[in-house]
Design a protein around this ligand. Structure first.
Ligand code: BTN
Length: 275
């Protein structure tokens, strides 16, 4: 296919099609999730777009993906910033059949799926930093932001957004890295997206049909948090203790000087200075 302007090729119909979009469409052939798919060269936030689409009836597995975000959202009100054409920036609409209590485990289940997918792609084992980060040697590779749309009867939809550092070669922060730096080669983003969706489809299915045990056990097994002395940062205060478990509701259990403390949100930092 003849090369057009930067990042685009001429389609058989004479249109300029972004390479990345074509790569994703190719990779998603045969995938259960990822259809319908909405691709954006540039958007404010794929999560915002996926939530609007979910409100208008987007089905489970619908995917919003972008090459660049201008207002990428992180957890706890932070921003997610990535240079264009370096990352996976995507959001998937879910229609969970879970009770609201189990819905909090969606992010953990997604983290398990992403850990497997990213480890396979990088050829190295990544870990889960509770509740939603994927890390390699203490450096962040990926983060997940789940947002729910509630109705009177429960969860109408959930949007799981994920950002993955794929081909960045440098970072301002010592606390971040990319899959290409781990793997020692450039990676194609399309096949990576397909692998993430395949693993997520499997893990969310397991959670819905079999309950949370498998998700929780895998989170515990691959956790970089459990067993370490940590500080948990909450909006109003900090809790210091040893992370000893992830409980049946997905909460991080800390052993503190005044007894057990269970956290359902917050930012964890290890005392040895991890992100
Ligand atoms: C975090 O680690 O704080 C979560 C980061 C989630 C970022 C992704 S990028 C794609 C999707 N759209 C957003 O606006 N945010 C998520």
């Amino acid at each position: 296919m003849p090369e057009g302007s930067f990042g685009r090729s001429l389609s058989p119909f004479g249109r300029l099609v972004p390479h990345y979009r074509r790569e994703i469409l190719e990779a998603l052939k045969g995938s259960v999730w990822g259809h319908p798919m909405e691709y954006h060269d540039r958007i404010d936030s794929t999560n915002e777009r996926a939530k609007a689409w979910a409100r208008k009836g987007a089905p489970q597995g619908a995917l919003v993906i972008a090459d660049h975000q201008t207002e990428g959202k992180g957890r706890l009100g932070r921003r997610w910033i990535a240079a264009p054409a370096t990352s996976v920036l995507a959001s998937v609409v879910l229609r969970p059949t879970l009770t609201p209590a189990l819905a909090s485990l969606l992010t953990l289940s997604w983290a398990v799926a992403m850990r497997d997918a990213l480890s396979q792609e990088a050829g190295h084992e990544l870990s889960i930093k509770w509740p939603n980060d994927l890390v390699f040697e203490e450096r962040k590779v990926s983060g997940i932001l789940t947002e729910s749309i509630l109705s009177a009867s429960g969860i109408e939809a959930a949007v799981v957004g994920f950002g993955v550092n794929v081909n960045q070669e440098t970072f301002e922060s010592q606390k971040a890295t990319s899959l290409s730096l781990i793997a020692g080669r450039t990676l194609k983003r399309g096949p990576l997206v397909a692998r993430i969706l395949k693993e997520a489809h499997r893990r969310i299915g397991e959670l819905e049909s079999g309950g949370p045990e498998e998700t929780l056990n895998l989170c515990r097994r691959h956790s970089v948090t459990i067993g370490r002395e940590v500080t948990l940062f909450l909006p109003e205060h900090e809790v210091v203790g040893k992370a000893v478990d992830i409980d049946a509701d997905g909460r991080l259990v800390l052993e503190t000087a005044s007894g057990l403390f269970r956290a359902s949100a917050g930012e964890v930092s290890t005392r040895e200075g991890m992100a």
